[in-house]
Design a protein around this ligand. Structure first.
Ligand SMILES: [Zn+2]
Length: 94
């Protein structure tokens, strides 16, 4: 994806299989952004930008693809972090 591409965000509501959340969608390409990667809250939902946030560019053609990305990438990462944290705490306790 070109670095010169400037998305024009609009609010898009994902509503699929009981999963419902708001994220940003580019008006021109119709690509849906991952709300975690781009920090949708500050990009198009009017919330202030967080400090020290690691932004990533992740865009998807369909809500299914986005949900798969969240499941595989973010939930997987979270689980790894939790496991690390748990091993750390049990090591400290021992
Ligand atoms: Zn993401």
């Amino acid at each position: 994806m070109a670095y010169t591409w400037e998305p024009k965000w609009e609010v898009f509501e994902v509503n699929l299989d009981g999963i419902k959340f708001k994220t940003c969608r580019d008006k021109i390409t119709g690509l849906i952004a991952c709300p975690i990667c781009i920090h949708a809250a500050s990009r198009c939902l009017g919330e202030p930008e967080p400090r020290n946030y690691v932004y990533e560019n992740s865009f998807f053609y369909s809500a299914e693809d986005l949900i798969n990305h969240i499941k595989n990438y973010h939930i997987g990462e979270l689980r790894k972090k939790l496991e690390k944290l748990l091993t750390k705490t049990s090591e400290e306790e021992a």
